[in-house]
Design a protein around this ligand. Structure first.
Ligand code: AFP
Length: 342
């Protein structure tokens, strides 16, 4: 009998246990982060259950509203946003929230305030809901300098100041992936226990991958370095095998695959959208943070993604992220293009 295996199955590392273990390394810690995270996890479980029941509960379809970006809002987007706003405020550990679904930032009432700022996309990839493709929640956490004097500037900070970032993917299983600045860990929801269990400890992205992921429908408007890089993925100049193309169109699913299998994901600038499509605060920053923590890189076409300083809460940014060597390769095309004066 495999006693070691049996012991592991009966000694489960839940996400709360994991974070409490981490917390014990900092004697000055008062458990605020653990409480905040518990509320985020609760929100994810709620949304996971709602996504699973969506067809049954007739939650699919338009809610009749449009969000900040002028996109049609689905009922599940509305619900997920409410769930996370309520969970975050009721944690008593947040002072400022920025959600993809809300035009304005939410300033938490002084009586309910804590020191953390949370930026989040409650249900990313919502155009995929009706065909059952994986969707997810993305979040990033900052600390406020002074929760009693909070202003919008407190959230307009570069991504390198994030304390933690993560996502929850609602797919064939529900997976919660997080980094608190000490590597990346993945937890899978055990529906029978209602607990996220550590299944992917210390995720490291392969140094080089053989997958590229980009919306090729935008190729007509791409910048030269991206066109050249993608050409090279298909017809490698060094005689190596061509890369495979995988593109879900749901960032959480595309990034999750990239983290586990390696390769590159790109939503670059193009002539039509010089800032790309993805939102800096709650898409680009959290995913770039995770990528770096897993040993990869995140680049905008000009510099390190996490060093950008946002000017607006719903700002967009190009992003090219994934395996270290693959991002280096893209950087080389940008450098060559710059050297040629393009
Ligand atoms: P939706 O939430 O509208 O489905 O957008 C998803 C998303 O923001 C991100 O999750 C995808 O990576 C990206 O957009 C896909 O964009 P394209 O459809 O333009 O490829």
């Amino acid at each position: 009998m495999d006693h070691e295996g049996e012991a592991k199955r009966t000694d489960l590392m839940t996400i709360t246990r994991f974070v409490l273990n981490e917390q014990s390394k900092y004697p000055e810690s008062r458990g605020d982060f653990t409480i905040l995270l518990n509320h985020i996890v609760l929100g994810c479980k709620y949304v996971c259950s709602a996504v699973n029941k969506a067809g049954l509960a007739k939650l699919l379809g338009l809610a009749g509203e449009t969000n900040v970006q002028g996109e049609e809002q689905k009922k599940l987007d509305v619900l997920s946003n409410e769930v996370f706003v309520n969970a975050l405020i009721s944690s008593g550990r947040t002072c400022l929230l920025v959600s993809e679904e809300l035009e304005e930032a939410v300033f938490v009432k002084p009586k309910q305030r804590g020191k953390y700022i949370v930026v989040f996309d409650p249900l990313d990839g919502s155009s995929n809901i009706e065909c059952g493709v994986s969707i997810g929640t993305i979040f990033g956490i900052y600390a406020a300098k002074d929760k009693d004097k909070i202003t919008l500037d407190d959230v307009l900070q570069p991504g390198n100041r994030m304390l933690a970032a993560g996502y929850c993917m609602y797919g064939s299983s529900c997976m919660f992936v997080i980094s608190t600045g000490h590597g990346v860990n993945g937890f899978t929801l055990d529906p029978s226990l209602g607990e996220f269990i550590l299944t992917h400890p210390n995720i490291k992205i392969p140094k080089k991958g053989n997958i590229y992921s980009v919306n090729e429908g935008n190729a007509k408007n791409w910048e030269k370095p991206i066109t050249e890089y993608v050409d090279n993925c298909k017809f490698p100049q060094d005689g190596s095998s061509p890369k495979s193309l995988r593109y879900v169109g749901s960032m959480v699913a595309d990034i999750h695959r990239t983290l586990l299998y390696g390769g590159i994901f790109m939503y670059p600038a193009d002539k039509k959208s010089p800032d790309g499509k993805l939102r800096l605060l709650y898409e680009v920053f959290p995913m770039s943070y995770l990528m770096e923590q897993a040993g990869g890189q995140a680049f905008t076409g000009k510099g390190r993604a996490l060093d950008l300083v946002p000017k607006k809460i719903h700002e967009r940014s190009p992003v090219i992220l994934g395996s270290y060597d693959d991002v280096e390769h893209v950087k080389a095309f940008y450098a060559a293009s710059k050297a040629n004066g393009a």
